[in-house]
Design a protein around this ligand. Structure first.
Ligand SMILES: Nc1ncnc2c1ncn2[C@@H]1O[C@H](COP(=O)(O)OP(=O)(O)O)[C@@H](O)[C@H]1O
Ligand SMILES: [Mg+2]
Length: 147
């Protein structure tokens, strides 16, 4: 029923609570996990104003964000490696919701696991900006891990 899981992460503390759930999923016949991080290109445009000089321009900043994300995904893979899943890590550049929906549609995903909140983690919000839209728009079951 839940053979292949999509786990989008922004590396926030809330999203990391989900890792412990992922670890326990082996008992639920899960075989495969797709780890996805989306570099939000809307943030990126804004960031150029501040870090252009430090990173020597647009190309280097993108590369730095990709390298950082690759390292963080490798850490998560490491935490899950003894569980016996097939794990694939993916980094996309774009709008998080769109890329999550694309992954859901293109891959044979059975369920999505996501943090209720992420980096912004606004106290009064029931759900974060991405998780709210994922629950709304994704077709597959969504497990929302609370903060
Ligand atoms: N850029 C992203 N790439 C992949 N997953 C993301 C991204 N941003 C958020 N998520 C997922 O959505 C969850 C909720 O984050 P979000 O809705 O952005 O909350 P907030 O508004 O508090 O930042 C995160 O815990 C993570 O699982
Ligand atoms: Mg966010």
């Amino acid at each position: 029923m839940f053979r292949k899981i999509l786990y989008p992460t922004d590396f926030s503390d809330v999203s990391k609570i989900a890792i412990e759930y992922l670890r326990q999923l082996k008992e639920s016949a899960v075989e495969e996990i797709l780890l996805l991080h989306v570099i939000d290109d809307r943030d990126l445009q804004f960031s150029y104003l501040y870090v252009f000089d430090e990173y020597g321009g647009e190309k280097d900043l993108k590369q730095k964000l990709k390298d950082d994300a690759a390292n963080k995904l490798a850490e998560i893979e490491d935490k899950l490696k003894d569980c016996g899943f097939k794990i694939t890590s993916r980094i996309e550049l774009g709008i998080p919701l769109k890329e999550i929906l694309k992954a859901e549609q293109k891959e044979d995903i059975s369920m999505i696991i996501i943090g209720s909140h992420g980096k912004s983690n606004v106290e009064e919000m029931l759900l974060g900006s991405v998780s709210e839209k994922v629950v709304r728009k994704c077709k597959k079951p969504v497990l929302v891990v609370k903060r």
